[in-house]
Design a protein around this ligand. Structure first.
Ligand code: B12
Ligand code: SF4
Length: 561
């Protein structure tokens, strides 16, 4: 099959029309919830070159995955390990596949396999190879070699075991021009919010910052090539428009590590993107969410983006203590975090945040600073409390630092560390014995998760549906509920910190706290359902109109950069 022109520039070797045998399929296995863009890009590239590809969810029962492998009989299975703590699950699956007689080639990619390839090959001995860093070109070359019985061991971008030694091939450069990639495959049923379809999308890859707890910058810095690459704004909007027209997608989640906004070049990029959305008549029809740092939040630009459909901004605020921010190498100050939050509130853009109550520099004083910070930003009940403790993932500077200091504990699936004040460990354990942290913050049905979802629905209703009577009363009720649950969770957390720092008596009964948690959830469901069902007819009528046709001729610019 002749490769399309757009992909030929991916790699010179590809251009030379390598031989390939596409008679047998390829299977890709990975975490599919919310749509996996990595697997989507890999599948799209393989298909461009004639391979048939089946993507399977790692959350499916292992026996089901084995059955699919048997039915398909692929010559290659690629496993995507994007969360390091899934490594055991993959190891068990590969073992099962081999013991069921599967003899095809097993390869694996993602952050952890790329950065900790040696450990990956040890922990998952059934692997034939690891594809390091961005996998599009390497996987295609691997498929071509294996399908035609050629030697694959010289292909750049691989790690594998040979005679007890780990062999690394030449490094594979990062994809230079992201616009040369096909659009990712999105064959799955998308997630929905109030009947509106949600899709993930990328405008860029890479991050120029160097936060100590993050493996993203080390991943992109370890491979040759430019660390941050942006797509052309027109291309991004073209993809959005085609998803709107073909799939009825109206909610886009940009999964960029750090959406291009910061500094002159990326600021210009963002304005071009906004212009392009207007030119394609998408504002009012679609809304979009980005991830960015607090220091990129700036009034003029964010108002322009809001008017072009930006409805949600995720920021890794991470800490409310200067020392915490320094340890995490956020290169940002508490004041900047506060300013960003206030600015977004003032212009009516919803935000979500990542936050670490505990990090390796924590003290009881910093824990209380963090709780005060959360109280400040959430005082109006705009969002529920969320917090976690920092986890030292592989490939992060902080993990290496903790190892050097002899403070690293745990294992690959449960990485851990010693605090400087050992009472903090007791505090966190004490906290989790009084508060069901998963049920309150992290689980799918948790209070925080459900409240965020309810607030998310409000943001979507306000932007993509006709005005609903009683909306501001509903918001007031949600705020009251959010404030009440925040107050309780923050109070319990703070009181327990004094139990472990000052030996105070624990005033909280876990049964009472759990009853309250359940009550908040019940109240929330009752409020939410009553409001939505009251307006069901208007909501359903609005849904019948998607997608509304976009005028064929491009519009004149509505705003200019
Ligand atoms: C979107 C996203 C999510 C989505 C996942 C959607 C999905 N189904 O993919 C959601 C919101 C569900 C999510 C949840 C979480 N996430 Co998340 N997430 C991301 C994010 C921002 C983008 C992933 C992405 O789409 N990248 C774009 C694609 C194109 O890149 P890629 O995935 O790296 O894939 C390329 C290569 O890695 C390689 N590759 C990948 N797989 C394979 C497989 C093969 C066979 C080959 C050849 C190559 C290959 O080729 C791909 C194409 O170039 C990443 C950050 C990041 N940059 O990766 C964090 C990230 C993956 N998440 C992370 C974490 C920690 C979490 C959570 C634990 C957060 C939390 N506290 O709850 C949860 C875990 C969920 C769970 N299972 O319980 C960490 C993982 C850290 C680690 N080393 O384990 C990351 C790296 C963020 C970070 N700052 O550290 N996340
Ligand atoms: S945490 Fe965010 S800003 Fe920091 S390095 Fe990672 S992706 Fe970049």
């Amino acid at each position: 099959m002749r490769p399309s022109r757009s992909l030929r520039v991916l790699n010179a070797a590809v251009e030379s029309e390598r031989e390939r045998d596409t008679a047998r399929p390829i299977m890709l296995v990975g975490f599919q919830n919310q749509g996996n863009l990595g697997l989507g890009y890999l599948a799209a590239v393989l298909r461009r070159y004639g391979y048939s590809v089946q993507v399977v969810d790692i959350e499916s029962p292992p026996e089901e995955i084995v059955r699919i492998a048997h039915d398909l009989n692929p010559f290659l299975i690629g496993f995507s390990l994007i969360f390091q703590f899934y490594v055991d699950r993959y190891a068990a699956l590969l073992y099962l596949l081999r013991s069921e007689g599967f003899s095809g080639h097993f390869t694996m990619g993602g952050h952890f396999p790329s950065l900790s390839y040696q450990q990956t090959l040890e922990l998952v001995p059934e692997l034939d190879s690891v594809v390091r860093f961005e996998g599009e070109t390497t996987l295609l070359e691997l498929a071509d070699a294996i399908s035609t019985g050629k030697d694959w061991r010289g292909i750049p971008g691989l790690a594998y075991q040979s005679e007890g030694q780990v062999v690394l091939t030449a490094p594979r450069p990062l994809v230079e021009d992201l616009d040369q990639l096909p659009y990712p495959e999105r064959e799955y049923e998308p997630n929905m919010v109030l009947g509106r379809s949600i899709m993930p999308i990328l405008a860029s890859r890479g991050c120029a910052r160097t936060c100590s707890f993050c493996s993203i910058h080390t991943f992109y810095r370890a491979a040759p090539g430019r660390i941050v690459r942006t797509r052309r704004p027109a291309e991004v909007v073209r993809e959005m428009r085609s998803l709107y027209e073909q799939r009825g997608t109206t909610v886009f989640l940009f999964q960029d590590d750090d959406f291009p906004l910061f500094g002159t070049t990326w600021r210009r990029w963002a304005y071009e993107f906004v212009d392009e959305l207007h030119r394609n008549d998408l504002p009012g029809r679609v809304i979009w969410k980005i991830n960015c740092r607090a220091d990129a939040v700036e009034r003029e630009l964010f108002i322009a983006m809001r008017d072009a459909g930006l409805y949600l901004v995720y920021m890794g605020l991470e800490s409310g203590s200067e020392e915490g921010l320094e340890t995490l190498h956020k290169q940002i100050e508490v004041e900047q975090n506060l300013r960003a939050v206030n600015l977004l509130k003032s212009i009516g853009v919803m935000f979500e945040y990542g936050f670490m109550l505990l990090d390796p520099s924590s003290t009881f004083a910093s824990v209380r600073e963090n709780l005060n910070f959360l109280r400040t930003i959430l005082a109006d009940g705009c969002l529920p409390v969320t917090y976690c403790r920092m986890i030292p993932y592989d490939g992060t500077p902080i993990k290496d630092e903790l190892a050097r200091a002899g403070r690293l504990r745990g294992d690959v699936c449960n990485p851990d560390y010693d605090f400087l004040d050992s009472r903090l460990k007791d505090f966190y354990e004490g906290l989790t014995s009084v508060v069901n942290v998963t049920g309150w913050i992290h689980g799918l049905g948790a209070v925080t998760t459900q409240l965020i979802w309810a607030w998310h629905e409000v943001a979507v209703l306000e932007r993509l549906f006709p005005r609903l009577p009683g909306m501001s009363r509903y918001q007031q009720r949600l705020r009251r509920l959010t404030r009440r649950s925040n107050d309780l969770l923050l109070r319990v957390t703070e009181d327990l910190s004094y139990v472990f720092s000052d030996g105070r008596e624990n005033p909280w009964d876990p049964i009472f706290v759990e009853d309250q948690r359940r009550q908040f959830l019940q109240d929330l469901v009752a409020e939410r359902d009553a409001f939505i069902y009251r307006h069901e007819r208007i909501i359903l009528q609005a849904l019948e109109q998607i997608p509304e046709a976009i005028p064929a001729s491009p519009r004149k610019l509505a705003i200019s950069a």
